[in-house]
Design a binder for this molecule. Structure first.
Ligand code: 0L1
Ligand code: MG
Length: 267
């Protein structure tokens, strides 16, 4: 697949430093397309790849990937029409029931997701949901904490991709289960914030089957010249719209068959 990269190497490095600074210092920046209106999605992935390289050089461990913007609810909420992917590192992982400091984030919001843990390598360009399910060791419930670093929450897909798909933190927990024992499409989830139900949905909201989102992620990775190695933790995308959180909030996601995963937020 030929890439449509329009930015120079210097611009990619400069924009990567800008995104990295915003993530590290929890400050909002203008969307990247304000300065580069003709920036492409491939440019966004080139910036994201540079960011991944830097994190790994600094000792962060790559633990997996996330598919984002994979449900109609999310696409509508964000005004985009194409899903995206981002990488996950050990520094983003939060234990089940853990606490997250909102002060270290810009616009934190939570999403309920089905996560996959793979036992075989997966490679595009034509990876299918069936191949994903055959290569899945188990699935588990997860909460993703996304954090767009763009001012006034105004962004486009190119900028979101460069910002690593708004990846910030993730929490896995509940009861891991073999995917073959479940129908991921009809698997329901209820999200509660401070004891009140705020969102609900079923797995089919994610591209008809969350395994389809993982296959899409593998095919995007192929376009970047990469594959999904066995042992990866992959989040398949929010089943419902994202919900904003603030200090003092307690969020729990109750998944049918997979148990509950929860997290709380502090100053
Ligand atoms: O996980 C995702 O669905 C990615 C969302 C990217 C845009 C946002 O920050 O809401
Ligand atoms: Mg997500």
């Amino acid at each position: 697949m030929s890439k449509n990269i329009t930015l120079s190497r210097e611009d990619i490095v400069r924009l990567c430093e800008r995104v990295e600074g915003a993530q590290m210092r929890a400050v909002a920046i203008p969307k990247l397309t304000d300065e580069y209106p003709s920036m492409t999605m491939d440019d966004g992935y080139a910036i994201q790849t540079e960011l991944r390289k830097r994190f790994i050089e600094k000792g962060h461990k790559l633990v997996g990937w996330k598919a984002g913007l994979t449900s109609k609810a999310k696409m509508k909420q964000m005004g985009v029409e194409v899903p995206s992917i981002g990488f996950l590192t050990d520094r983003m992982a939060v234990p089940e029931g853990g606490k997250i400091s909102v002060g270290a984030l810009v616009h934190p919001r939570v999403e309920c997701e089905i996560a996959f843990v793979t036992s075989q390598d997966l490679e595009g360009p034509r990876c299918t949901a069936e191949q994903v399910l055959a290569a899945t060791d188990y699935v588990l419930p997860a909460i993703e904490i996304i954090d767009s670093r763009f001012q006034k929450f105004s962004f486009d897909l190119q900028s979101v991709i460069a910002d690593n798909g708004s990846s910030a933190r993730f929490v896995g927990g509940g009861r891991p289960r073999y995917a073959s024992e479940l129908d991921l499409r009809t698997l329901g989830v209820v999200m509660e914030k401070n004891g009140e139900i705020v969102e609900m949905g079923a797995g089919a909201a994610v591209m008809n089957n969350p395994a389809e989102a993982v296959a899409m992620l593998v095919n995007i990775l192929h376009g970047m010249g990469e594959y999904l190695p066995k042992g990866s933790f992959v989040m398949s995308g929010g089943i419902t719209a994202a919900v904003a959180v603030q200090p003092g909030d307690f969020v729990s996601a109750r998944f049918q068959e997979l148990g509950t995963v929860s997290v709380s937020f502090t100053e």
